[in-house]
Design a protein around this ligand. Sequence first.
Ligand SMILES: *Cc1c(COP(=O)(O)O)cnc(C)c1O
Length: 828
Amino acid sequence: MTTRTVCHPVDWQDAPLLDTQTLADDLARHFHYTLGRDKVGESQHYLYQALALTIRDRLVARMRQTREENANKRSVAYLSLEFLIGRSLNNAILNLEMEKEVKAALANYCAELERVGEAEHDAGLGNGGLGRLAACFLDSCAAMALPVTGYGIRYEYGMFNQRIENGYQIEQPDHWLHEGHPWELPAPDKTVRVKFFGHVDVHKDPSGRLHRVWVDTHDVFAVPYDVPVPGCGNDVVNTLRLWKSEATDEFDLSEFNAGGYAEAVAKKNLAEQISMVLYPNDSSENGKELRLRQQYFLCSASLQDRINRWITINGEDFTEFADYHVFQLNDTHPSIAVAELMRLLVDEHELSWDTAWEITTKTMAYTNHTLLPEALERWSVALFQRLLPRLMEIIYEINARFLVEVAKKWPGCSDKQRALSLIEEGDYPQVRMAYLAIVGSYSVNGVAALHSQLLREQLFKDFYDLWPEKFNNKTNGVTPRRWLAHCNPKLAALINSKIGDHWVKDFSEISQLRRYYDDQALLKDWAQVKYENKQKLCELVEKQCGVKFDPQMMFDVQVKRIHEYKRQLLNILHVIHLYRRICDGDTEGMVPRCVLIGGKAAPGYDMAKQIIKLICNVAHTINDDPKAQPWLRVAFLPNYNVTAMETICPAADLSEQISTAGKEASGTGNMKFMMNGALTIGTLDGANVEMLEALGGEHFFVFGAQVDEVDAIRANYDAMNIINNDSNLSAVIALLESGHFNLCEPGIFNPIVNVLKSNSDPWLTCYDFASYCKAQEQVAIAYQDKNQWTQMSVLNTAASGPFSSDRTIAQYSQEIWQLQHTMNSQGE
Ligand SMILES: *Cc1c(COP(=O)(O)O)cnc(C)c1O
């Protein structure tokens, strides 16, 4: 053990040491001095804060070193309106590989790391899959020592907290910064200015050249807060830079002089609104002005930041700028970056249009995340004109030049021009943000093989015909650090005992587990770990829902945002079907199950909220019925978030991934469950297709209409005919209609029943019901052979290697980012 000598102060360039004694000293210093506490035990919260600050010291030093090392490298800015990080403490300790030392240092306070960590609030700066993907990507980039910086917004209020009252969702604000956020470092010296409103003037310079100047703007400051992103075991700490909006000190002088001091100061609040709240809509349009302001605020601030950094080193010479920068756009949300980079280069740095366009189209890369039409962002031209007049001009110019290319490709075809134009014509013309992203980018990728194929063949077919070389696939992944090593320590230890711990950094190694699928000792331990994880989930479910789950029963789990396309409704119809069978005494071949469903509904999405109400009411009826007790228990878990998932995915036996084929772009929840040894019941949708391929069909319960069938099915859809010809389904619907689950609230589920019966049900719920029930029967049969089930569980974990975000990021790095460049002008 090393001890520090008092007369040799730590060199600021050296990272603080990781040994127990130094750690314990720093912990005491932060506890007693930084936080000014004396009594240990009065609150876990202060101990958590002191530990977080102690760990942060170690991260900050490494963050500075990493920045210096990366200063001359080609680098990526990952632009995303969402980063769903969850908790940071345990993740940092795991990645710094200092768990033993931390536990020892905490022993002085008679505190356990697990309890202390529970004082941390989730950083919920995202809605669901897209935001969590961004967080997994940052972890993988750091683990692989890639120079990638995340750029996002420091929302004052993150994803709302969900409570359930009488079965209804109640949204409560998530003021996550209230008790302070020790994982961030403000960097006010890197503040930039972002313009809004105003108008465009034309100026002639002395040489006669015309300049367009955006004037009379209302400006906002963007102040960066840096969050360290530690790599696993490699001393790399990357940066997530989150922007907070602040008012400038400029006041409306006329208002001031008229004595309106208080009024003038109060107006500053408008600027601060921009980073106030995350829009809680997942996969659907956020058509509000404030949302467009957020998007532009993020893009303008982040691009200025990269340009400022470039200018400090290279001056105003942009010749090599494109060799050293990539801007990866996480969905269309930051696609205004295409126009903003043009504006910065042409207006502020005086490059010609053609040079600026070449730089833009060599640095922008766009990831599409959804095929749902309601998620394709469009902004009204009128709003754009008012909020961002100069950007609107630039988009018109980009469009005019682009339409010339379209005309060359399809001569005389005005239909094509209309179809591909960045501006959708009509009474209220709109800007098509996805098209802006495609036109301005050198790479366009989908997030699973099937999804990328559908982009090429359907949604973006014309663009694919025009530029096939831009299109590529990058199947999503999740980080095996958080989603196995950290969240399932018992399984991780068991795996280590067989194949060592290299899998944490090289997840392809996990396939070695396959060799042990017949090892009876391993199978016994594997089942025991699952059992203990289920006990832990039982505690959570009992505490949160008041429902007693039994770890002997099968845990059948569906957690994700509530959305019609994800078909929580199909799941609950099956639950009702099982309940009916139990009531009829028909339990032949049935296996006792605990069904857990969780997820948030967008506050304005009525149907999703009704589905939550239905799940809660069905759960209540079933849990209250003594006949059902031995066979079936149902719970709706409130406030599903990253931390809840860390307890849920290690405990699941069966993972529900049952979206209508062609609707789920990839899914990542499916991968977390697979890694933790759950078996999947699922449709051939998103990354399920690749999971099944990796696994072999016999270990995956597949059902439902396939992508190449759904159009034909929809064309001749006759829901009543399906219902009338399926006695199980008609009985389930009859029970629903009878009011059995809503005795005191007659009629509340009519809208749900109506959709099920409708010939225009886009989700084809009735169509897939019979094959879903059949697959569920196969599940039940398989679960009865405990030994074989455990073998399949091992095989699932063993086959999950390709679904590590390290694999995904290696492909981004090689095929899109081409990260090996170093700036040689810097005299390496
Ligand atoms: C992984 C994850 C998601 C994404 O789940 P899907 O099943 O892919 O929709 C959403 N929310 C949280 C909190 C997650 O951890």
